[in-house]
Design a protein around this ligand. Structure first.
Ligand code: MOS
Length: 733
């Protein structure tokens, strides 16, 4: 293989840095109308009256849409359910007078210029009838309702915990964290005449948005084309269609004109978020440092109208061997929008709690934290029928990570590794994620000039999907990378689910190979008809593509060029479209793993924490592109620093309103917070997960990072902070 596994630069890199790559709010058409959202200032209640008269008097304002003045929309919950909607009644933008969260759109101002729309929006007067709201998880703790058991319990965890030689129990808190990818949510809807629309949307799934829009507005699939050729980061926030697409389509239909709606940074805080959560963990161990009891309970946040949840608790009994394990999960309803996926959903948070608890257990056992992980190592997924993993090279992650970090030089005593006025702390943690795969369809058109166009409706949310698709196609078709063009992010292309869960790289790559195989078979069929064909007796499995030719695998001198085959066959192109499904043999668990080692330096007087070194060793099957993969994991580590030390949505519970809805006061790691990050990809061959042995790695990079840092902070200071983010005031308490 020439390209798979190499550090190929992004094929769209040039377009991205030169502005050639267009994002949802950058598509221009003549006569574009600009929309601006008026947001609710209360968290719960209903709209009594909206007075838009002053806004309408502003020159350049075209109209103001409200729930009382808008085109028809569907009136059933089902119509608003997208492919990945949770249970419940989805939010309907501008539908009725009901207010369910602060920041909810209540009116949409339409104007000839964006500045005019924005100014006029400030003139819209809204009268509300307020109801009592609740936005504080701790106030809802007692009334949170239980979800069905997240995974089957095994043994009797409570009994085993009571009988354990050494036990640890702890409660861990993670606050709400808000998405804010570089590209804000935006939709440009072009009115193509005859009621047809093209929607340039910020999304992780164009076909999901297309079905959603059709269903809400009762439109025919052919009349709505959704495009998203480039996405400036999404990380889970774009798995579900966001309300701006509904509002932009609503406006386009109202005016029969093209419309653009862009959310401001502040408005991005009225979308989904990583749910706040309280987790309780009980670990019981033998004196020898093996686990005998795991109990993991979580209470996570959702809205009043939908039940979003993932599975924070079950990572525990998956990651470590224990005869007894029990999980419980409750949901707390708050007067906020529905929570949503955010990078490594459930693992980023669930594994944070588990790996903090494991560190505390290691302290109680007077055992090196890495040694504890090794003693509890699990070669099987005990949660799901006690299955072996299709591959699991976590041991090697521990070994290589520890070696690169220099873990063996760690003095186990907290506060023992001082450097001048700074306390130095070393912590470690494990990461785990799923190697998921989804059914996908890929179309390839191979032309006589040795060029191939590969098409699939998947998104590239910034991870590098364009590039890995081109690499796989170039190798599968034996063509130079430059001869491959990729089409994606268009609802008219062959079927793809949303890009998320780290499942697209494996799915689309194997889809490309499947379709390439069909192209090869078709070309061989034609090649056999060429007079005196060197491949007259070859079977499809005995030929391969190489250097623009079909070549016998047994005898490389038997070859015929793509151009010659097509010329003789009197065709100038071969087109194939194939769907790939991933048969699960039901006999293996599929996961990716990582080992994290972190160094922090804490100023003893001020409590300022710096993460000076991180080593992340990842086992994620075959790595398609070492450059983009490295960037994915490095990005995950940086975000993990944010989870540990910075990110926190602060709500004024009196008003039910977010106080730090801006990037100045909502802290994220900046350049000065990011120091030495080293990423290792541990060799991991997997012949079971799929033919190419790819597992995907968008999300594994973040999992475990926050715990490694929290554990390092404990080692540095002797203080265990169990609520994130770990800020200096908490260290000083
Ligand atoms: Mo991911 S949280 O599925 O984009």
């Amino acid at each position: 293989m020439t390209y798979i596994g190499t550090a190929t630069s992004r094929i769209d890199g040039h377009a991205k840095v030169t502005g050639g790559a267009k994002y949802a709010a950058e598509f221009n058409v003549p006569g574009l109308v600009h929309a601006f959202i008026v947001e609710s200032t209360i968290a719960k209640g209903r709209i009594l009256h909206i007075d838009a008269s002053e806004a309408l008097r502003v020159e350049g304002v075209i109209d103001v849409l409200t729930h009382e003045k808008r085109p028809r929309m569907a009136d059933t919950d089902d119509a608003y359910k997208d492919d990945v909607a949770p249970e419940g009644a989805p939010y309907r933008p501008l539908y009725d007078s009901k207010i369910m969260f602060s920041g909810q759109p209540v009116a949409l101002v339409l104007a000839e210029e964006w500045e005019i729309a924005r100014f006029a929006a400030s003139l819209v007067r809204v009268e509300y009838e307020q109801e009592a709201h609740v936005t504080d998880l701790y106030r809802q703790r007692e009334v949170a309702f239980a979800l069905p058991e997240p995974a089957k319990p095994r043994g009797n965890a409570a009994k085993a915990f009571a009988a354990a030689d050494v036990g640890h129990q702890g409660e861990y808190y993670v606050p709400i964290e808000h998405h804010n990818p570089m590209e804000p949510y935006a939709s440009t809807v072009t009115w193509d005449g005859g009621g047809k629309l093209t929607v340039y949307d910020k999304t992780q799934g164009v076909q999901n948005v297309q079905r959603y829009v059709c269903s809400i507005f009762d439109m025919k699939p052919d009349d709505v084309r959704v495009m998203s050729p480039f996405v400036g980061g999404a990380f889970g926030s774009g798995l579900r269609p966001q309300y701006q697409v509904v509002l932009a389509v609503l406006a386009a239909r109202a005016l029969e004109r093209s419309v653009r709606l862009v959310l401001t940074r502040q408005q991005m805080y009225s979308l989904g978020y990583r749910p706040a959560m309280i987790q309780r963990i009980e670990l019981g161990a033998t004196a020898g440092g093996t686990l005998d009891a795991i109990t993991h309970e979580a209470i996570t946040v959702t809205s009043q109208y939908e039940d979003f949840h993932r599975h924070e608790t079950t990572w525990s009994g998956l990651l470590y061997k224990s005869a007894n394990a029990k999980y419980a999960h409750k949901l707390a309803r708050l007067d906020l929008p529905t929570s949503c996926d955010m990078r490594g959903p459930s693992a980023t948070t669930g594994v944070y709690a588990l790996e903090s608890a494991m560190d505390e257990l290691a302290v109680a056992l007077k055992l090196d934290p890495l040694e504890l992980r090794l003693r509890c190592y699990s070669d099987r997924d005990q949660n799901n029928g006690d299955l072996p993993f299709s591959s699991k090279n976590l041991r090697e992650c521990y070994r290589q990570g520890a070696e690169m970090f220099g873990w063996d030089k760690r003095n186990p005593e907290p506060r023992s590794m001082r450097d001048g006025s700074e306390l130095v702390g070393w912590g470690m943690a494990t990461g785990v994620w799923e190697a998921l795969q989804v059914p996908i369809t890929v179309r390839i058109v191979l032309t006589a000039n040795g060029h191939a166009e590969v098409a699939c409706a998947t998104s590239d949310i910034g991870t590098g999907t364009y590039t890995i698709m081109a690499q796989v196609a170039a190798d599968a078709l034996g063509l130079p990378l430059d001869n491959i063009s990729i089409k994606l992010g268009d609802s008219t292309l062959p079927q793809s689910p949303v890009e998320g869960g780290s499942w697209i790289a494996a799915s689309v790559s194997n889809g490309i190979v499947t379709t390439s195989n069909a192209i090869r078979e078709e070309l061989l069929r034609l090649a056999k008809k060429v007079p005196g064909s060197p491949l007259a007796n070859a079977t499809p499995d005995k030929v391969a593509f190489a250097d623009g030719k079909l070549v016998s695998r047994q005898d490389a001198s038997r070859a015929i060029s793509i151009a010659d085959v097509m010329r003789h066959g009197a065709v100038d192109r071969i087109e194939q479209e194939k769907s790939t499904n991933f048969a699960n043999d039901g006999k293996h668990a599929h996961n990716t793993h990582s080992a994290l080692f972190a160094e922090v330096r804490v100023d003893e007087q001020l409590g300022v924490i710096r993460v000076t070194r991180i080593v992340s060793a990842v086992a994620a099957g075959r790595i398609l592109n070492t450059k983009t993969a490295h960037s994915q994991v490095m990005g995950g580590v940086v975000w993990g620093i944010g989870v540990a030390l910075h990110e926190e949505t602060l709500i004024d519970h009196k008003f039910g309103r977010i106080m730090n809805a801006n990037i100045a006061e909502y802290h994220i790691p900046v350049n000065a917070d990011v120091h030495d990050i080293k990423v290792i990809f541990v060799e991991e061959q997997d012949n079971i997960v799929n033919p190419l042995g790819i597992k995907g790695l968008g999300e594994i990079g973040i999992v475990g990072v926050a715990a490694a840092i929290a554990n390092a902070v404990y080692h540095a200071t002797g203080k265990r902070i169990r609520d994130l983010p770990i800020t200096l005031d908490k260290l000083q308490r």
